[in-house]
Design a protein around this ligand. Structure first.
Ligand code: FEO
Ligand code: CA
Ligand code: CA
Length: 635
């Protein structure tokens, strides 16, 4: 097993030396990594226990971590874990709030009302709730931020209702308007980035915004509804989690837990077979959208759930543009969409499906990207594949086609993608969250956030979840980050070599596999990696969405956080700690790289935060800006 892994990594390194696209000119690092992976195999602290297999490890084996060495050129003193109700950043850095849930984007919008927490009308003119993935675009001198508004915490948004849930038609209108995407121009004024009210760029995209359905599933029987008998036009997007940005300047919003908004008014309605794998059920889960919008009543419109769960492409600089649902990139619980280019210029999009035991996907476009050319429909057609990882450190991408899956058509594969991937024996993963591609060399990383069912029970499709490969621990409640390097240095290659960049854990509680990899220590430990992005200098930023109890298995880990890692050495340092009960998610930079924008999602989701305003204020998901006090670049 060890020899196979070495052979796979060496083959990648050799191929990289002759990399044809010239973008990955630093091949020797990976050769060193390969050697380290071998020399440190069996690296587990103590002995393997708890159902763990030997880890296929990457750069984690730094026995003595320097206290103040820079992470690939970013020198800062790491932040200690804490449970404060504020944002903590390193000495020499400052932060401020840019946009909060309920902030009006237009001057005729009402300021946020802490007592009522807004109305349908005020929310439709305001920044959405629970900010997640985001990207900043520049247009001339303008900075335009596109931000996903993933969902809303009912108990916070409807704290004015005794039930803590939407009760009236207007409550549902408000709930829908908390969702979608906020596009907002921001500008520095009085030393802080602020919303530019009434900017012509400002736009709210909601669950009611008309969208075009593109790709293989366009017009398929399963997508036809009473309101759209052609199956070509859908209304809206919701539960947009991570994001993507394309080299041609568009924004990708990724529909994740789309299922939770549907319900059935007919208790006897027989749910279609295809619903089960996606968790579409008859019972309302509290949103009550079907109460005012019959699209969400599956007994009346059973094809509506087939029209969600896609990647949505948006032109953030054209408020009149019609967003496009890209069925070619599959239908599942999309996390983010990391776009890079193959050696021949085709667009490559890595895609995670965030559910226990679901899969990691890759899309490769049919056409090639042309700088300055027409790339508008590059994501309309291509090859969708799913990852199969072998325990020996090698892996392959298996194309999902009628021939490989036995399914009737590409359209059906793009609608029932999970079932297609199960049919080819894809590797069940520990909840793939964000993927990030290294701009300095052909490799990509994916957060596998956690999976309490690993080694315990199969996924929703009945696929086994054996302990091993990139999912090395049973009942995995800490998570890990897997990375892979495509054969030949080409992201369109059919095969890859993989290892684990970091295995999260708690070395102060455990002395076995649950302590984590050797690049994790008492000073930088974390659980549940989720958001992930490279900066322009090749540093890896890691955001967490994990347990913040600060006790038991999570003792000493404090609130959710953001860390920065060095891909070459494996060093990881904690850069930021978020406020209480938040998730840190979403990351982007100003055009001049002196400001880092970060999302603080759902502070106080269990009732114990007043971030950011303090006092008795309602907790509000916020985008914050972080800068160096000396004005230098931050990524
Ligand atoms: Fe919305 Fe998988 O996080
Ligand atoms: Ca996430
Ligand atoms: Ca998560």
């Amino acid at each position: 097993m060890r020899d196979h892994a070495v052979a796979a990594l060496d083959a990648v390194s050799r191929a990289d030396a002759g990399d044809s696209n010239g973008r990955h000119a630093l091949p020797t690092d990976f050769e060193r990594l390969a050697e380290r992976a071998v020399s440190r195999r069996g690296f587990l602290r103590g002995t393997a226990a708890g159902g763990a297999t030997a880890f296929v490890l990457g750069a984690g084996g730094m026995a003595a971590m320097p206290v103040r060495a820079a992470v690939a050129g970013l020198d800062f003193t790491p932040v200690a874990a804490n449970g404060l109700d504020t944002v903590t950043v390193p000495e020499g850095y400052s932060w401020h709030v840019v946009a909060r849930w309920g902030d009006p984007l237009w001057s005729d919008g009402a300021p946020f009302d802490h007592a009522t927490r807004g109305t349908g009308a005020s929310q439709e003119l305001a920044f959405g709730d629970n900010c997640d993935g985001m990207a900043l675009y520049t247009d001339g001198g303008h900075s335009v931020l596109a931000v996903n508004n993933e969902y809303t915490n009912l108990g916070i948004a409807f704290a004015n209702r005794e039930s803590g849930k939407p009760e009236t038609d207007d409550d549902v209108r408000k709930s829908k308007a908390t969702h979608g995407v906020s596009v907002v121009e921001i500008a520095p004024a009085d030393g802080a980035w602020q919303i530019v009210p009434d900017s012509p760029y400002n736009r709210r995209i909601t669950p009611d915004t008309p969208m075009e359905i593109t790709g293989p599933a366009r017009g398929h029987e399963l997508l036809k509804t009473a309101a759209d008998p052609d199956g070509t036009t859908a209304l809206g997007t919701w539960n947009n989690c991570g994001n993507g940005r394309t080299p041609w300047g568009t924004y990708l919003a990724c529909e994740e837990n789309f299922n939770g908004y549907f319900s059935s008014s007919d208790p006897d309605f027989a749910l279609p077979e295809g619903y089960k794998r996606y968790g579409i059920k008859a019972e309302d889960r509290g949103y009550r959208w079907a109460m005012t919008d019959e699209r969400f009543d599956v007994s009346r419109h059973p094809n509506e759930p087939h029209r969600a769960g896609y990647i949505v492409e948006i032109d953030p600089l054209d408020p009149a543009s019609v967003p496009k649902k890209r069925t070619a990139l599959g239908r599942f619980k999309h996390e983010n969409a990391e776009v890079t280019l193959a050696a021949d210029g085709r667009a490559v999009v890595y895609l995670g499906d965030d559910e226990r035991g679901e899969f990691l996907y890759r899309f490769v476009s049919d056409g090639a990207y042309s700088e300055g050319g027409d790339n508008a429909d590059l994501l309309a057609s291509g090859t969708l594949s799913v990852a199969r990882f072998a325990d020996d450190g090698s892996g392959e991408w298996v194309a999902l086609t009628p021939a490989t899956t036995g399914m009737a058509s590409q359209a059906e594969i793009c609608i029932h993608t999970r079932q297609a991937a199960s049919a080819v024996g894809a590797t069940t993963m520990d909840r793939p969250e964000w993927v990030a591609a290294n701009p300095a060399r052909a490799e990509a990383y994916c957060c596998l956030t956690n999976n309490k069912n690993r080694g315990v029970k199969p996924n929703a499709g009945g696929d086994a979840t054996p302990v091993g490969g990139p999912n090395p621990r049973a009942k995995n409640n800490y998570g890990q980050i897997v990375r892979w390097r495509p054969m030949g240095g080409d992201h369109a290659s059919a095969s890859f070599a993989w290892d684990l960049y970091v295995v999260a854990g708690n070395p102060t509680v455990h002395a076995n596999a649950y302590a984590g990899s050797a690049n994790l220590n008492a000073g930088n430990m974390f659980n549940s990696p989720d958001g992930l992005a490279f900066d322009s200098q090749g540093r890896l930023w890691i955001q967490t969405d994990g347990k913040y109890s600060n006790e038991g298995d999570f003792a000493g880990q404090g609130n959710n956080m953001m860390l920065v890692g060095d891909p070459a050495t494996g060093e990881i340092r904690r850069f930021l700690v978020g406020p209480r009960e938040c998730e840190v998610t979403g990351i982007t930079w100003s055009g001049d790289r002196t400001t880092l924008f970060v999302g603080i999602q759902h502070p106080g989701e269990k009732g114990n935060s007043h971030f950011p305003e303090g006092g008795d204020a309602a907790p509000r998901s916020s985008v914050i800006a972080i800068a160096r006090d000396d004005g230098g670049e931050i990524g």
